[in-house]
Design a protein around this ligand. Structure first.
Ligand SMILES: [Mg+2]
Length: 369
């Protein structure tokens, strides 16, 4: 297929509540949407590195500029038959997985629409619905957290992830376990600690958590392997896994027992599938993570989560959890407790709402051939 036009949107999506983690606080989610257009079809992708380079070295402004100035000009007007050809064209640019994912994800959606099949079939997935969990950032008080956890359990979510940082650590876990002694929880540290806190993680062992997500430096593998040998709770890597090559090193070093795969952080669906398959062969379980994308980005992640080694419920949420008005339409909803249905239409069922896209867009560019 030949790409005739590429549109890039930088959007700021207001959250219902600020999102607080170990690296900071976001009141809005800054995201980049890409629309690829051919002679007779189009596809939307979304990549969400957040406003500042605090989760990873990339940020929304940089991703927008990189797509506009380098990636889109590299692929516009080119005859591109498959995703491998697309990635080959982009391979002269080093790193920047979130930026590359913006184009790559839109390409997969476009291709699935042209093949008249739901995206998960293009990826090799077969299930009709995926399991999703609930996820709570740092709250104003422990009681607020306990109330929210109770609500999520009542709603039927099968596991809950809790953000974990200094001052919201062992005290928080103790309060949670006192009320919910048997429910599956895990914590996400967002790379906030070092090996000097090994004793802290040894204390975490007694809370019987499903896993500890990214306790150490955002690009580390070696120290995570060391920490894993010092504790019994499984370590899950998130920030550290940015490509299949890094995943191969993590497997060799035995850095983790779980991997959180995010479409943007690994550079798109092709790499996500590679990492999923490598983990499967190594006996490492995976789950699909998210960056609070709109329904467009989450709709793509839902399709990815249909692959067989995604055995732990995904961080994909109904729209109303984080957004009063989701930029994507229709809204994402659960079809059964803790379950979200996969696409039954060509590509994915979600696209940006025209009205909200014009309200939320800060920058927009069109590249044509
Ligand atoms: Mg994480």
């Amino acid at each position: 297929m030949k790409l005739r036009c590429i549109e890039v949107y930088y959007v700021k999506m207001p959250l219902r509540y600020p999102w607080r983690t170990a690296y900071g606080e976001d009141a809005d989610i800054h995201s980049v949407l890409v629309k690829l257009v051919t002679e007779d079809a189009y596809g939307w992708g979304e990549t969400t590195p957040l406003q500042a380079p605090c989760y990873s070295p990339e940020w929304a402004g940089g991703v927008y500029s990189l797509i506009k100035d380098f990636l889109a000009p590299q692929v516009i007007g080119q005859e591109i038959d498959n995703v491998e050809s697309l990635l080959q064209l982009l391979s002269c640019f080093k790193g920047n997985p979130f930026a590359k994912a913006g184009i790559e994800l839109a390409f997969w959606v476009l291709q699935a629409k042209q093949q008249s099949q739901p995206l998960h079939r293009s990826l090799g997935g077969t299930t009709k619905a995926i399991a999703v969990g609930a996820d709570f950032g740092v709250q104003d008080s422990l009681q607020i957290l306990i109330d929210k956890v109770q609500y999520a359990i009542n709603e039927g979510y099968s596991r809950i992830k809790l953000k974990f940082r200094y001052g919201w650590d062992i005290n928080m876990l103790k309060a949670i376990r006192d009320v919910f002694p048997d429910y599956p929880f895990h914590i996400d540290c967002n790379a906030a600690f070092t090996l000097k806190q090994t004793d802290l993680f040894q204390k975490v062992d007694r809370f019987d958590l499903a896993m500890i997500e990214q306790p150490l430096h955002y690009s580390d593998l070696r120290e995570h392997a060391f920490l894993q040998k010092s504790i019994s709770t499984p370590i899950c890597l998130d920030e550290s896994i940015t490509s299949p090559k890094v995943m191969a090193d993590a497997i060799q070093l035995e850095s983790c027992r779980y991997v959180n795969i995010k479409t943007g952080r690994v550079g798109g669906l092709y790499n996500a599938i590679q990492i999923h398959d490598m983990c499967h062969n190594a006996g490492i379980s995976c789950w699909v993570g998210g960056m609070l994308e709109s329904a467009v980005g989450n709709g793509i992640s839902i399709e990815l989560a249909t692959l067989p080694n995604f055995t732990y419920p995904a961080d994909i949420f109904p729209s109303q959890v984080h957004y009063i008005h989701d930029l994507g339409y229709p809204e994402i909803t659960t079809t059964a407790p803790g379950k979200i249905a996969v696409s039954s239409v060509p590509g994915i069922p979600y696209e940006p709402s025209t009205i909200l896209l014009s309200q939320y867009t800060l920058h927009h560019t069109i590249i044509k051939k």
